[in-house]
Design a protein around this ligand. Structure first.
Ligand code: FMN
Length: 440
């Protein structure tokens, strides 16, 4: 391995028609099998062949119906929330089809419960031999709230306060079995040592949980913790709990600012500045020539229906801005949903002057995800320049087409990264946490 920093790779997926790209399912070359199990099995095998650290499945808990106070636009054109299969069963399939690939999923601390979450992640960690990861989200909008017996979404910072307690409880539950509590002495019929299994008796503002967990300690003891909030409160939460931080920053300058702000937050939290790996979202378009790559990008963008981007933007901002004219600007959108995404959106044009119409296209074509367009060598060099400029520890690769984008990347870009010594050629025997903490 080169002495230069190597990179971590994660594959971003939504188990539905779109991911960040809202054109994935419209690929003229072939259908996208997002409702089929074998589709995800094949994707997992491709990513493991490419020696990715892990695959990640994003999630949300409602269809989008903020834009125009209706689900019509999102359902008609297929927005990010039109369909989302539950990530955990899919990761179970992927676990069975692979040996090393890490397996990450989103779960909400606002609409989940600590005991159920602790069980899901401990199970996934056991059945995968220590490869589970959890993207901790506080969810985005009222539509999700209304599916969980609430009239409105919690206020922004209140969501994170609840999330802090949620983390405290789940950590107690994962620690409720000591690592050697399980005995499995078949000859003498001793299953476990009861003195090493403990009640947690948590009584807090939001949760009362007695425990213990009904699952022994898993290979990683707890899943790798991921976080993706980029607001001030979101970053403080990430600095306290996360081992991986996903970020979506449209420019190199914002990537670097974000990275440095995380370092400062980690220091404030009393943790080493590299205690959490920052992975930047990026959408690659790989061609045998630069012009072929540009053709792929242009084909992709020609399939984007701008209104569908507005439907997802309304879901992310938890606001109906459909009364704003298309030439109004994004700075007029009031968001009670994601603060980080809105800040990034306002940064795209000076003074937040991006128009609503432009925002629809930006969101529809990739939710502000920066792109890397060119030959495999161009893309490899571009990614390495971001690492070498200290703007990230790795990437959340967001596909334009599936499985094409990952197949192209694994077949053409990965060998170049491996040859340069900046990406592993083989997995070790470590858990996902071991891999992320160690030499990549
Ligand atoms: C790569 C990436 C993946 C994300 N995945 C999800 C997800 O699956 N579900 C979700 O509700 N939010 C997801 N988010 C949004 C964040 O979790 C977060 O809710 C949002 O950025 C708002 O947080 P903030 O207000 O603290 O900035 C993701 C963000 C990024 C950058």
């Amino acid at each position: 391995m080169s002495s230069q920093k190597s990179m971590h790779l994660c594959a971003f997926l939504c188990a539905g028609p779109v991911s960040h790209s809202h054109a994935i399912w419209r690929n003229p070359a072939h259908e996208t099998g997002f409702l089929r199990g074998d589709f995800y099995v094949e994707l997992a095998r491709t990513l493991e062949r490419g020696k990715f650290d892990f695959v990640f499945l994003a999630d949300r808990l409602a269809i989008a119906d903020q834009y125009g106070n209706s689900s019509e636009t999102g359902l008609r054109y297929g927005d990010q929330d039109a369909t989302r299969l539950d990530p955990i069963p899919i990761l179970g399939l992927m676990a069975a089809a692979t040996k090393h690939l890490g397996l990450g999923a989103t779960r909400s601390t606002t609409y989940g419960t600590p005991y159920s979450l602790a069980r899901e992640m401990a199970t996934l960690d056991h059945i995968s031999g220590g490869r589970a990861a959890w993207n901790v989200v506080t969810s985005m909008n009222d539509s999700e709230a209304m599916n969980y017996s609430a009239a409105r979404h919690l206020k922004h910072d209140e969501r994170y306060d609840r999330a802090d307690e949620f983390m405290e409880v789940t950590f107690k539950l994962w620690d409720s079995w000591e690592p050697d509590a399980l005995v499995l002495d078949r000859a003498n019929g001793i299953y476990a040592d009861p003195t090493k299994v403990h009640y947690v008796n948590h009584v807090g503002k939001n949760f009362q949980v007695r425990g213990p967990l009904n699952i022994p300690s898993s290979p990683q003891q707890r899943p790798v913790i991921i976080q993706a909030g980029s607001s001030g409160r979101g970053k403080r939460f990430a600095a306290r709990w996360s081992e991986v931080i996903f970020a979506l920053q449209p420019t190199m300058a914002r990537m670097k600012d974000f990275r440095n702000s995380i370092r400062a937050e980690l220091a404030d939290a009393g943790r080493p500045e590299d205690a959490s790996k920052v992975l930047m979202a990026i959408m690659p378009f790989v061609g045998t020539s630069r012009s072929e790559a540009e053709e792929k990008r242009d084909l992709h963008d020609s399939l984007v229906v701008p209104q569908v981007g507005l439907s997802t933007l309304a879901a992310h901002s938890n606001s109906d801005f459909s009364s704003l004219a298309l030439d109004a600007t994004v700075s007029e959108i009031e968001s009670t949903g994601s603060q980080g995404n809105m800040a990034a959106l306002r940064s795209i044009a000076p003074g937040g002057s991006l128009t609503i119409a432009e925002a629809g296209r930006v969101y529809g074509s990739g939710v502000m995800c920066p792109r890397s367009v060119g030959t495999a060598k161009d893309v490899a060099e571009h990614l390495l320049s971001i690492i070498d400029d200290d703007a990230a520890d790795g990437f959340v690769l967001s596909p334009a087409f599936l499985p094409d984008s990952f197949q192209d990347f694994v077949e053409h870009v990965v060998p170049i990264l491996q040859k340069s010594g900046r990406l592993r050629r083989e997995y070790g025997t470590e858990t996902l946490r071991g891999r992320l903490a160690g030499h990549a």
